[in-house]
Design a protein around this ligand. Sequence first.
Ligand SMILES: [Zn+2]
Length: 487
Amino acid sequence: MSLLLSLCLAHAVAAPIDFTAAGEETASFLQEYLRTDTVNPPGNELRGAELLADLMAREGIPWEIQESAPGRGNLVARLPGSGEEGALCLLSHIDVVDAEGERWPADRQPLSGVRDEEGVIWGRGALDMKSMGAIEAMTLVLLHRERVPLRRDVVLLAVADEEIHNTGMRYMTEHHWDELGCTHVVNEGGIGLADMFFDGQPVFPISTGEKGVLWLRMVATGEPGHGSVPHGGQAPERLLRAVERVRAREGSPHWSPEILELLRQVGEDKGGLAGALLQRPALVKTVLRGKLMGNPLTRAALTDTVNVTGFGGATSPNVVGAEAWAQLDCRLQPDTTAEAMLAELTALVDDPAVRFEVLHELPAAVSPQDDPLYRALERHTEALFPGAVAGPVLSVGFTDTIFARELGARGYGLEPFLVNEELLGGMHGDNERISVDNLTRGLEVLYRSVEEVSVAPGGAWIEPPLHVPSPGEGGVVELPLPDPTAP
Ligand SMILES: [Zn+2]
């Protein structure tokens, strides 16, 4: 076979995707997305949903917008597959938290979407998480352009109000989860950290689960009275004693398989004496215990935490009320139930005049590491970020994934971007930004992972339908089609 012919055949089989060009396209979209004001409150996520819808419409991908309330738009776009496997959901939130523009450079403001001379894009949401939304949207676009035959539907889901009440994802899981049909979810959760354990070793924690949430009001009661005569045992004093007991509590480490596996992989990559130590769970649990429990973040990852986050119950200064309360934010390991934590706190406080009221409860949920999507994310991250280690973690905070896991979906949290501590501080802080290089690599990690778990080798490409039913009305809506006269 001539060289020319074999080159032609190779091309006919699969032209490689130009990820540099796709990264540039993603960057331009992200700039526009960052300029779209979806600061929550009030959110106005419909604006962001419409921007994503425009992109889908230009590419001929069916989409719909579901509003949980006026202006609180959630976008769904779908590429159909053969249905051999359940749908894969690429999840993101459209809303962003507010920013203090006066603390940012004047020419790189939170809603500017400016790209500076170093190829860095600035704006609130550059990391949390419009960048992830942008690479998810681009992944759909590329699968569609490449006419990749799919064995499962690939769904883009961008929701409102993650930052405050999770109403977007709650609405979608309560009203539309069955029709979405997603068995797997990719969302925020982990992000690559330079020098996490050792200098020069980037670590990408992939969140396979989230700690449970138990928000409590600890209420102390007692005889009310005049402030001029201190009595023992009135409500504020009882509350103070209870709070002191709660604060003195030292949690004990729960050595989850996830943390031991992440440390093992870090150790394997590192080598040497430190590497050997990290690969032996018995040594990690003894020699490293003090170090891990001494750092607030790793301690939170290892233990059930109880954090006193506020107080109430005061009236006027000269009145001792019948009740005083503190609010507690408890985050629980997967093997700790809310009942067990309540029993522990009750025993610890040891005062019949103090009761606990449950304000909110979400059980912890963990997805298995032994999953093709998890493995694909791990492998492609390590391939595209030289020298990186990717491994599982249980997140200390929760994301919208928790609602999908509750309904049986497997969820994996990874923003495939590499940041240092300063850049990480931009999330909910000042000067949030992302480099186009990061965005491009992240896009390739996500695209390759999604393609690997969704492609139907030898299968047929399925063109998405031109009409999509409008849920709730049972009718159909006209899809905006690409303008054939456009250049
Ligand atoms: Zn977020």
